[in-house]
Each structure stands twice: as C-alpha cells, then as structure tokens.
Design a protein around this ligand. Structure first.
Ligand SMILES: *Cc1c(COP(=O)(O)O)cnc(C)c1O
Length: 433
C-alpha cells in the first residue's frame, strides 16, 4: 500500500502544526507508523490522498453512526449555508433541536449548546459546583472528559486520594479538586466520599467507558453511583459525549435505566460538525446565565450549519429506532467473527463490546477498569493495527480507544473485516515467535 503523498504531507505538516496534527491521537504515534491524510469519505469508506480505500471503524471518533457523507445530512447543511453561516443571534432551529433532545433523552429537561465535548463537560462541572456550593469532583481513572484542566488529572500515588496534574500547565491547585476513583469499584468511591465529607460537588463518569477502550459498567455499578449521589446530594453527571445516541437513541442512561442529574453530549449530536451540549434537571439548568448566575457563553454556539447537521442526524435516529437493533446485529457479527478467529488460532485475547462500540484488548485478563486495560500489550496492538491497515481496515490507532460500527457496515464489509482480522492476528502470532 503506497503512502507517498501522506508521508510528504506529514513531513510538511510537522513544520507548521505541533506533531503535524490538530489532535494528538491522529498522529499514529503509539502504533509505530505515520498517519494517512484523508481525501474524502462515503458510507463506511475512507479514501486517502494516495488513493487507498479503507473500511473505517473510527467514524470521526463516533459521530458517523449513519456513515460518511450521509445524503440528507449533506443536503441539510447545504440548504442552510445558502442563508448565511452565523448570526450570533437566536434561530428557530436551536429551539427545534433543544426540543427534540429533551424528547429523546427524558432526564434532560433543559440544555445549552456549546461547540465541543470539552466545553460541555467543563461547563457541567462549573454548574454542579455553582449548584452545590462545593468545589471537589470525583472522576474515574482512565475516563476521558475532554482536555479541560480539571480532567487532566491522574490518580495520586499511595494513600493520597487527590490527583496530580497529568499534563504540564495544569496547576496543583486544580489537581487538588479532582479526586480519582476506580471504574466498576464502588468501594473506591465510598472511600473518597468518606475522606472528603461534604466537599464533593459532582461525580462525572462515562457510563460505558470508551476512552480506555470499551469497558461496560458491571451490573449494579451505575445504580450504586446514583444511590450515593442522591444520598449525599452530589450531582451525578453522565458524560455521554460518546455514548449519547450511540448505544441507544436515549444513550447509556436508557440502556441501564439510570437517570443522571446532568448529561453531557457531543460527537453524534453535531452530525459531523463541531457541537457539544450539556443539560439535565430544570432546577439545576436554571442557574445558567442569563437565567441565573453561572456564566457560560459561546460566539458560535448553536451555529446554524452545525444545528442543521445535528437536527437532521437526530431526526433520523429518532424516527428509525430499528437502527439500533441493526447496529447490535452487525456489531455482534464482528464480535463473534473475531472470537471464532481467536479459537482457530488458539488465542485468548479479550473483546469488550456494548452495542456498536467495541475494543479488542491484547491481554488474556478480563478488562473492567484502567488497571486491567493497562495490562494490554500495546506492542502487539501496534503490529495488529498496522496489519489491519495494510488489509484496508482503518481502526482507531490506539489500544485505548473504542472502534465504532455504522449503519453502512454491511454484512459483506464485516466479513471482509473478519478475514482481515484473521490475517492480522496471524501477523501478531508470527511476530511473537
Ligand atoms: C470525545 C469525548 C469528549 C471530548 O469531546 P471533544 O469534542 O473532543 O472536546 C468528552 N467526553 C467523552 C466521553 C468523549 O468521548
């Protein structure tokens, strides 16, 4: 597979853009190769600038649940663009999309549009702090909530429950307000709450983790979080930037039957344009300016093109709930196909899957939290990733990311993927001998 043009572009990009990319994981650094520059995309396919065609399992990191260049979404954007691209004033479409989201996700009674998932989570914790009058938040080791300072915090060492900065530039005082618990481990949450009585404003969680690879919640875990938050008057925030409209039309909160106080959204709600949102109980959302004192604003928030794409996307998902049944079937076909391949090759790797999100972990142990995910052999993942790419399958370039299936991934494409998986696993076996 040729990558002359991509390599040339990457060399030039590195002169002008840090690392040659506008978001780190795109650089393919952890999989020991260089990125393919994409030229266009349609349905389940991506084409790079060298003319290579790939079956895409990134889907722009989640948004493309209906495949790329969906005709009616493109049409909605084009139609809107003819009337101007931004007014910095309210439009009817913002009311329509807000109404539709509150219908689709019942725990969201009011919401505010922003421009990214990062803005959504950052604003949601500010709101939780404003509402409770408390400063500290609990997050889970390995969960990703965007790149705001408060979330770039890793677990402290030893007995310390407070975190330490996970990036230069994040201050120690910010880190002191973020406490790290272990996903799927309710005792770790109880311990923090006991150590910090009456100091916790919010618990934020990816209800199905996507950002350390796909990790489902154990039965009872989310229920226990809900119960603790209610009892201790802590705001429960479900970060559904990835899972919202992905694992079901109402997100993970419907799948597991848990009502969070606040929800953050992104990815799919923008239909491929930059959008995020946070919303929840009216009583809490009423504090947001100009209704209340908690300040939050955005020059391009509710942008007409983004709202047009998002509204069309959500309308399709809302009208065709059978989409999720279909996605479950095709994703299950992948899971079973991969597991068959493991059997044939006498391998014991792990596949985690919830709906159309899945991850193949290069470990033989169950993956339930950040520590067990970190047992994976990332070197083997790199070999596997490169072999899949050579076979025309474009996977997320990191062991710790979820792959996404879209409605455009037909049975034939999935069969192709399963065959590529077999060949690539053989490449992994070969390399370890
Ligand atoms: C992608 C993601 C974010 C960040 O969204 P951006 O639009 O990249 O800022 C936050 N939380 C979760 C769960 C995500 O998957």
């Amino acid at each position: 597979m040729k990558s002359t043009k991509s390599n040339k572009l990457f060399l030039k990009a590195k002169k002008f853009i840090p690392g040659g990319v506008n978001s780190p994981v795109r650089a393919f650094k952890s999989v020991g190769t260089t990125p393919r520059f994409i030229e266009h995309a349609k349905g389940a396919y991506l084409w790079d600038v060298d003319g290579n065609k790939y079956i895409d399992y990134i889907g722009s990191w989640g948004p493309m649940i209906l495949g790329h260049s969906h005709p009616s979404i493109l049409k909605a954007i084009n139609k809107k663009a003819k009337h101007g691209t931004s007014f910095g004033a309210p439009t009817e479409l913002e009311v329509k999309i807000a109404e539709l989201i509150t219908k689709m996700v019942p725990s969201i009674e009011m919401l505010r549009m922003v421009n990214s998932g990062t803005e959504a989570t950052m604003s949601a914790i500010r709101l939780a702090r404003a509402y409770t009058g408390k400063d500290k938040i609990i997050k889970f080791d390995g969960c990703y909530h965007g790149h705001a300072d408060s979330f770039l915090i890793k677990a402290g060492s030893g007995a310390a429950t407070f975190g330490t900065p996970d990036s230069p530039g994040v201050t120690k005082s910010t880190a002191a307000d973020t406490l790290n618990a272990t996903f799927n481990n309710i005792d770790s949450v109880n311990k923090i709450i006991n150590d910090h009585k009456f100091e916790i404003a919010a618990i934020i969680v990816e209800p199905v983790v996507g950002n350390m690879g796909c990790i489902p919640p154990k039965p009872g875990f989310l229920e226990a979080l809900r119960a603790i938050c209610t009892k201790q008057k802590i705001i429960l925030i479900f970060d559904e930037v990835m899972t919202g409209f992905r694992v079901s039309a109402e997100g993970a909160q419907e799948l597991y039957g848990i009502k969070p106080d606040l929800t953050t959204l992104g990815k799919i709600i923008g239909g491929g344009l930059p959008v995020g949102a946070y919303g929840g109980r009216r009583e809490i959302m009423k504090l947001v300016a100009p209704n209340g004192p908690m300040y939050q604003a955005g020059t391009l928030s509710g942008n007409p093109l983004a709202m047009a794409a998002g509204f069309e996307m959500l309308s399709i998902l809302n009208k065709n709930k059978s989409i999720y049944k279909h996605l479950e079937q095709s994703s299950k076909q992948i899971e079973e196909g991969f597991k068959d391949n493991f059997k044939k090759l006498n391998l014991n790797f792990v596949i985690n899957r919830v709906g159309s999100m899945f991850t193949l972990f290069f470990t033989n142990n169950e993956v339930t939290d950040a520590d067990s995910a970190r047992m994976s052999d990332t070197n083997l993942f790199g070999i596997y990733f490169r072999a899949m790419l050579e076979n025309g399958i474009y996977l997320p370039p990191s062991q710790y990311e979820a792959a996404f299936v879209s409605t455009e991934h037909t049975e034939i494409l999935i069969d192709k993927t399963i065959r590529a998986n077999f060949k690539s696993l053989k490449a992994v076996l070969h390399a370890t001998k």
